[in-house]
Ligand binder design. Structure first.
Ligand SMILES: O=c1ccn([C@H]2C[C@H](O)[C@@H](CO)O2)c(=O)[nH]1
Ligand SMILES: [Zn+2]
Length: 132
C-alpha cells in the first residue's frame, strides 16, 4: 500500500471519530508490516481530559490485537496545513513504532507532510532512560 492509499484510509477513518465537544474529527490509518491497515478516530468524553486522539486509538487497537510491527502511519484532519500530532501521541509513537517509520500528515486540502517517528519527537524519553 502506497502513501496516497494510506492517506485516503486516514481520511476515511475520520468518520469513526466521536467528537461531540470539539467537532474536530481526526482520522488515522496504521499499516502493519503484514499489510493490514488499522483505522481509528479520536474519541472524546464529557470529562475533557479523557479525550483520546485518533493516532493513539489506532496504535492501541493494533497493538492490543497482537499486531506489533508497523510500516507507516497516516493522519488526517481539517487543519490549515498538514495536521500536527500532539505531544502525547508523539510519545506513544516513539514507544511502539520504529524510529524511522514514515508518518504521513495531511488535511482536507490535500497538503501532505512526510516525516518520521524520530523527527516528530527528538530526544524522546524512552525505556533506556529508566535505567539508572
Ligand atoms: O493530532 C491530533 C490532534 C488532535 N486530536 C484530537 C483530540 C481532540 O479530540 C480534538 C481536539 O484537540 O482532536 C487528534 O485526534 N489528533
Ligand atoms: Zn494526540
Amino acid at each position: 500500500m502506497d502513501q496516497q492509499a494510506l492517506l485516503a484510509q486516514a481520511l476515511e477513518a475520520r468518520k469513526r471519530a466521536y467528537v461531540p465537544y470539539s467537532r474536530f474529527a481526526v482520522g488515522a490509518a496504521l499499516l502493519t508490516e503484514d499489510g493490514k491497515v488499522y483505522l481509528g478516530g479520536n474519541i472524546e468524553n464529557a470529562a475533557y481530559s479523557l479525550c483520546n486522539c485518533a493516532e493513539r486509538t489506532t496504535i492501541f487497537k493494533a497493538y492490543s490485537e497482537g499486531d506489533r510491527r508497523y510500516a507507516a502511519l497516516a493522519v488526517a484532519a481539517d487543519t490549515p496545513g498538514p495536521v500536527s500530532p500532539c505531544g502525547a501521541c508523539r510519545q506513544v509513537m516513539a514507544e511502539l513504532c520504529p524510529p524511522d517509520m514514515p508518518v504521513y500528515l495531511t488535511n482536507l486540502k490535500g497538503d501532505v507532510l512526510e516525516t518520521t517517528v524520530s523527527a516528530l519527537l527528538p530526544g524522546a524519553f524512552t525505556e533506556e532512560d529508566l535505567r539508572g
